[in-house]
Design a binder for this molecule. Structure first.
Ligand code: NAP
Ligand code: MG
Length: 406
């Protein structure tokens, strides 16, 4: 490689908190800045700065992703009561990921990074399984309460024109519980388009499942919207790419996924995605090896690691103790973003560099240089367990040799 790679349009860079903020800086210094004349528009999403800007910085960052099309985000603290105290916050600010997702109207796709010496718990899985969760509505926005005694519970909808639709849910003759939930056609449509686009982007089959045999109107609506959008907008594109759209019942999907070789995008309703993403992540090994990308229906991308700020390691780091935090998912957030920027701007060298960095990272683990969390999962005999910095330096060594052999 001669000279540093130049970029055209900036990446939206969102810095974060705690241990991941430390790793963020190290990745840039060791693995990115020596190779790329990095052009970013920088937003400091640390909790301290979100508080100082009344969270305006998060909104600005999301709008910048809309403007430029690609962002990369470091993990951030979602404040709770304890963080209010720790950081002396003005307000319990909302989750930045939630705010960004609401502005971009996006879907989150989570994909594990596979390496040879860490085998998934499910032996048939050879390729990654990407889960897409419809993170809107259903029980996450429900109304529910306890019915204390005998009562008639009804579902009532009053239209603007005064028309009323009413159905009895249940006539209680003893105490019980009840809930009401909703979703929107527009949200399901956005979700469907994000999923179809992502499947095309990554050339993988798309699976979708609901329980429409039981939920004959609610879940049926999800099924129908996916089917209609597929027929009208994606059928030909899928055919040309040699991929399929496959719909089945959720219980059948679970059974088939477990028996599969992987390699698909699995679109899940909100609750299914919540549950299944933890199952898939655990079976593939570790949260530290899980990447995540938010894709909006109109084609904006935000890349990040699926894990949090790794607070426990950060407190050790502050005490001057050595930490061995795994930077893989954060590195892959950067490579994902740089690759996407390269594709959009037609900068081939940027794509090549990002691919080389991914290969160097995987090679490092496969050769046995591991962070502590990976050492516990790997079955190879000669493990070289190192701290984060040594791990990154080993990746750099491998990266240099890959780039030299080009
Ligand atoms: P976490 O940061 O994901 O860490 C949970 C535990 O998982 C760690 O203590 C560590 O286990 C292990 N782990 C996670 N990532 C690792 C890595 N890269 N390398 C090695 N081990 C790793 O979750 P949390 O402790 O529940 O949350 C901490 C903070 O992160 C919270 O303030 C939360 O709001 C925030 N969070 C942010 C995001 C986001 O920005 N997307 C997502 C989730 C959570 P051991 O301690 O056993 O080594
Ligand atoms: Mg969950």
């Amino acid at each position: 490689m001669k000279g540093k790679i130049k970029m055209n349009i900036p990446l939206v860079e969102m810095d974060g908190d705690e241990m991941t903020r430390i790793i963020w800086k190290m990745i840039k210094e060791i693995l990115i800045n020596p190779y790329i004349e990095l052009k970013t528009e920088y937003y400091d999403l640390s909790l301290k700065n979100r508080d100082a800007t009344d969270d305006q910085v998060t909104i600005d960052a999301a709008n910048a992703i809309k403007k430029y099309g690609v962002g990369v985000k470091c993990a951030t603290i979602t404040p709770n009561a304890q963080r209010m105290e720790e950081y002396k916050l003005k307000k319990m600010w909302k989750s930045p990921n939630g705010t960004i997702r609401a502005i971009l109207d996006g879907t989150v796709f989570r994909t594990p990074i596979l390496v040879d010496n860490i085998k998934p718990l499910i032996k048939t899985w050879e390729k990654p399984i990407t889960i897409a969760r419809h993170a809107y509505g259903d029980i996450y926005k429900d109304i529910e309460y306890r019915v204390e005694a005998s009562a008639k519970s009804e579902l009532v909808t009053t239209y603007k024109n005064g028309e009323i639709v009413k159905q009895t849910i249940y006539e209680f003759d003893r105490p019980g519980i009840i809930l009401g939930m909703y979703n929107l056609d527009s949200s399901i449509e956005s979700f469907a388009r994000s999923c179809f686009n992502y499947a095309l982007d990554t050339k993988q089959n798309l699976w979708f499942a609901t329980k429409d045999t039981v939920s004959k109107t609610y879940d049926r609506r999800f099924k129908d919207i996916f089917q209609k959008i597929f027929e009208n907008e994606y059928k030909d594109k899928f055919k040309n790419s040699g991929i399929d759209y496959f719909y089945t019942l959720i219980d059948d999907a679970v059974a088939r996924i477990v028996r599969s070789n992987g390699g698909m995008v699995w679109a899940c309703k909100n609750y299914d995605g919540d549950v299944m993403s933890d199952m898939v992540a655990t079976a593939f090994g570790s949260l530290a090896m899980m990447t995540s990308v938010l894709v909006s229906p109109d084609g904006n991308y935000e890349f990040e690691a699926a894990h949090g700020t790794v607070t426990r390691h950060y407190y050790k780091y502050l005490k001057g103790e050595e930490t061995s935090t795994n930077p893989m998912a954060t590195i892959f957030a950067w490579t994902g973003a740089l690759k996407k920027r390269g594709e959009l701007d037609d900068i081939h060298t940027l794509i090549e560099y990002a691919n080389a960095l991914e290969r160097a990272s995987i090679k490092t683990v496969e050769e046995g240089t591991l962070t502590k969390d990976l050492a516990a999962l790997s079955d190879i005999p000669n493990k070289n367990v190192v701290n984060t910095e040594k791990f990154l330096l080993k990746i750099k060594e491998n990266l240099n040799s890959i780039l030299k052999n080009k």
